[in-house]
Design a protein around this ligand. Structure first.
Ligand SMILES: O=C(CO)[C@@H](O)[C@H](O)COP(=O)(O)O
Length: 215
């Protein structure tokens, strides 16, 4: 079962409600939070997640591209996030463990993300504790970048680890996902696909979601 998570980073923020409605047939909504430090872009934060929670029943998949994310777990849990994903590069291991423990306490699903430079093995200390692993197939920070095919072996390696150690864990891929690259990442083992430009740049976002599912 492939889950599609439209990235609202590619939506029109002046018409966010309308753009969320346009992707209502997607299972999840992917929310990119950027602090201008962990990545060079600044996007949206807690108040937007809170407004989205009132507006939609879609699963809110919140990708934290922020330094020391443990500081914000409670705020995003209060805002209504269903899943919080933190980058392994965003803090030292005790800080990442603390963020995961805070999510556990708050009953929020737990994700870890890897920049393209980070090796597959980096997930191993966390694999039994998380609900999702996110492999970035672009440098985090901006939508509309080209898919990095050199990440495919990493996706396949992480899929093998998941099968061996935590088969319920989801494997999400984000960056440059379109109907062609979607097939490649699903073949490598991904089961959650994030897409911004391929959905919001399409004349019919609902049709674009179906195309990503391979329908
Ligand atoms: O997290 C990010 C970028 O940092 C992504 O979620 C992008 O927003 C995906 O956009 P496309 O590559 O699909 O245009």
């Amino acid at each position: 079962m492939i889950t599609i998570a439209p990235s609202i980073l590619s939506a029109d923020f002046a018409n966010l409600g309308r753009d969320v409605q346009r992707v209502r047939e997607a299972d999840w909504l992917h929310v990119d939070v950027m602090d201008g430090m962990f990545v060079s872009n600044i996007s949206i934060g807690v108040p937007v997640v809170k407004s989205l929670r009132k507006f939609t029943d879609q699963f809110l998949d919140v990708h934290l591209m922020i330094e020391k994310p443990v500081r914000y777990v409670d705020a995003f849990a209060d805002a209504g996030a269903d899943l919080l994903t933190v980058h392994l590069e965003a803090d030292m291991p005790p800080g990442i463990q603390a963020a995961l423990a805070a999510m556990e306490r708050r009953g929020v699903r737990k994700g870890i993300a890897l920049r393209p430079i980070t090796a597959a093995e980096a997930v191993l200390p966390y694999l039994d504790k998380v609900d999702l692993i996110l492999v970035m197939t672009v440098e985090p920070g901006f939508g509309g970048q080209a898919f990095m095919a050199d990440q495919l072996p990493k996706i396949a390696a992480i899929r093998r680890y998941i099968q061996e150690r935590n088969p319920a864990c989801r494997l999400e891929v984000d960056g440059g996902v379109d109907p062609v690259t979607a097939r490649q990442v699903v073949e490598a083992g991904a089961d959650v696909l994030v897409a911004g430009s391929a959905i919001y740049g399409a004349p019919d976002p609902a049709q674009a979601i179906r195309a990503l599912r391979g329908e």
